[in-house]
Design a protein around this ligand. Sequence first.
Ligand code: IVH
Length: 672
Amino acid sequence: MSEAVEKARARHAVLREVIEEHSRLYYVKAEPVISDLEFDALLRELEELEERFPALRTPDSPTQRVGGAPIEGFETVRHRVPMLSIDNTYNADELREFDARVRRGLEGDAPAYVVELKLDGVAMSLRYVEGVLDRAVTRGDGVQGDDVTQNVRTIRSVPLRLRGEAPPRLEVRGEVYMTVRELERLNRIREDQGEAPYRNPRNTTAGTLKLKDPRQVAQRRLAICLYDLVPDAGVPPMFHHQALERLQAFGFPVNPHYERCTSIDEVIYICHQWRTKRHDLDYEIDGMVVKVDSPEHRARLGVTAKSPRWVIAYKFPAEVARTRLKAIQVQVGKSGAITPVAEMEPVKLAGTVVRRASLYNFEDLEKRDIRVGDTVEVQKAGEIIPQVLRHVPELRDPASLPFEIPAVCPACGAEVHKDPDGAFLRCLNLACPAQVKERLEHFASRKAMDIEGLGPAVVDQLFSKGLVKDPVDLYELEAAQLAALERMGEKSAANLVAALEASKARPLDRLLFGLNIRHVGRSTAEALAAAFGTMEALMAATTGQLMEVPDVGEVVAESIHDFFATPANRGLVARLAAHGLRMDAARPEANGGARPLAGKTFVVTGKLQRGSRDDIHARIKALGGKATSSISRKTDYLVAGENAGSKLAKAEELGVTVLTEEAFFAMIEDLE
Ligand code: IVH
């Protein structure tokens, strides 16, 4: 072997180990110690090395998470040890019956239990040969499943090689799932692209694992937690709590919320606690799993035809509420989409009071025959938007009539059109007052130009007085005109003028989002601003150049191109520029790229005086920190506004540092 090859091999081994360790710290432990930039630099060095010495590019290299070409189909493979299902219980009594059965089976010996969260995802079995990930198979019918190795490799927290000394063969099992935050991120992109949102994380996870293109899977950030170590040569049966520790030692993510109990009362207490605590998690659980800890006890208890006698699931009651549908409102969106919205008698559901819920579209409404006056069942899907599940036929008023689908736009009377793909109705009148007002409200909204004081009531008055019809008109308003509006007064008028002035400094992504370009939502706007830097460069881009931006496909690129090719839109942008609006992107990182908060995790809660939660999150991220929504031992700081509530109590319980809003700003303003 030449000296160069030898050196490359040695460097490759060091780099790979360092990258694997940082990946684990980032994705498994959520405790990164280096910045993303530093990590990317290491990965790039590894890639360059493999480019020069292709023999180093083995399948377990960190550069090889996402394979090349799409796959044809999934091979069906048999599980060496079947993946059994587990029995369900729904209340404390049934848990006590389980405990009694276990005690009888153990002839009076006292069992210890491990209680875990029941993650609501897709069960998966992973096989490692000589420490290297070899195969990932879905549960399927328990006897055989689909080989989805190429897709599972893209999950960042799945180790491609085990840490430490590996047995010749290892099989582990766990759950692949998606966080609620990730579902929301995907749905923002879908919304940008005019596609219907995914309804819940579990189905989205299942659908993602079935995609034939691993590159697409990699873009949806799935997660995994392991909960089972299958005994094998070199892996003797062990206590379950030890297996969970062993899994962690191998480098696998294990859900941290497990507890060992020595009585069924403790088990019941923990199960009940999680019925409410589940709402603090950023992923869905549908219950708890209770497992006998001792391998010897498990062996004595054995299995029935269907499931082991040493494990039971405790399922949470479904969070569905019944209420009366008072009205079906017909809404006209900023792009003319006409959609039904349910207005209901307020009802408590999963910790909040729900008054309005999504009915998707008229086709769906007609299919499910939902009528005003019906008693309906509502559910929170993925803890996000409440949805109307169904009407309760037994409780329907026999005199009720089907809802009449509008033939004309309720705002302007124009004839409605069906979208080519069928599901949505649309008003095509660009001058439709509902659309014009929606577009102005959108322009002024918090996530776009953030013009405080320019809400629906003010927009409505300005529009009906003929003072505004497009964003440029807003910047031509005078304080006296505003002060003359109802419920306004001089002080509020002056504030609004100041807010309009301040909005001129918003960076390019906010302006782009505010302009209401079809298929360009927040995330696409951010990606465009980051890629082009200035409005001028973006306006000059060809569709080909636009398609190089992440998440921008042909349809989106054409929409952007058409928007800027339209003279009226070019005129609008020129007039906005003439009013002094900023036309370039925000600097990518505060403080010249330094990341003083790298590795620090923040949770922001309560009512804040000095900025919205989104703004604070953005500032934390700009300084390299991480902002999450639920508190755990890994949280470094809780920023607590007024009425911080349960998160504050939890932070105190866990010993997380609590910052008042002032203390937080004092801290970051020093760093920015
Ligand atoms: S143990 C023989 N533990 O729930 C025991 N299952 O029917 C095997 N699940 O499809 C399962 N979280 O995918 C176990 N902490 C956990 C779990 C869990 C979720 C899923 C599993 C299985 C279903 C049980």
